[in-house]
Ligand binder design. Structure first.
Ligand code: HEM
Length: 219
């Protein structure tokens, strides 16, 4: 049960860290950071992430920007959709939009985002946290591995998704301070924790599906 006097950022991390492991340990992600995938096999992940960020960033712009609690989480520097589009153009060329479609797992993830993130501020933060704090944390390591392992240049082509305008540490400190200051009671904290677990499961399904499609052996 939630301890209301514990910093929420610490509580959230502790309560969901085992769910994080399913993502980190998926065969696809292990193969990616282990240098066993080529550019085409990495590009399919970028293609699946695009609809996810598109939906999250629509929820932010259309509904959550004006919310006093959720609004400050969605600061402009974090937005990833443009970076993903630049990476997609790099891997698939200017006609990338016509060539790509969300997988069934990605469609289910986006359905959940539409159900939760447009009306429930705490639920929006749950999904936002799972992706963006991840991009600022382990995502920075993943980005470096992708650049190195796929032989990409230092100019950022193909890995714009991992590059933020400022230093990740500053954004993470600010993000955790927002989590700690949010006026959520113990029951709302528990609901948010449960939604982060759902978000991790939905993410794991996306990479598990890619692992199956590419016939990557279990990690
Ligand atoms: C190869 C795959 C992955 C690796 C190696 C990895 C690694 C890590 C590491 C080392 C941290 C801790 C960093 C720190 O304490 O500053 C972290 C944090 C995090 N990761 Fe991952 N990660 C991976 C995949 C993912 C995925 C797919 C997601 C999202 C679906 C994700 C979401 C997060 C989140 C939200 C945090 C922040 C937890 C917190 O401090 O509250 N990670 N990751």
């Amino acid at each position: 049960m939630a301890e209301p006097d514990e910093a929420f950022s610490a509580q959230l991390r502790a309560a969901t860290w085992s769910d994080h492991g399913d993502n980190e340990g998926s065969s696809y992600m292990s193969a990616l950071v282990g240098g066993r995938l080529g550019r085409e096999e990495y590009a399919v992940l970028v293609a699946q992430l695009h609809p996810v960020y598109d939906t999250l960033e629509r929820a932010a712009a259309e509904r959550m920007a004006a919310d006093p609690v959720a609004g400050p989480f969605a600061f402009a520097d974090l937005c990833r959709r443009d970076a993903l589009e630049a990476d997609l153009a790099f891997y698939y060329g200017p006609g990338w939009r016509e060539r790509l479609a969300p997988s069934e797992a990605t469609r289910r993830y986006c359905d959940r985002l539409r159900e939760i993130c447009f009306d429930w501020p705490g639920g929006f933060v749950a999904h936002h946290y799972t992706r963006y704090l991840g991009d600022l944390s382990g995502g920075q390591y993943i980005g470096k591995q992708v650049q190195l392992r796929l032989g990409l240049g230092a100019d950022g082509d193909g890995v714009r998704f991992y590059r933020f305008p400022g230093k990740p540490k500053g954004y993470k400190d600010r993000y955790r301070a927002l989590l700690d200051a949010a006026p959520w009671d113990a029951a709302e904290r528990e609901r948010i924790i449960a939604e982060v677990k759902t978000a991790y499961r939905l993410n794991a399904s996306v990479t598990e599906a890619l692992g199956r499609e590419l016939k990557i052996p279990a990690a």
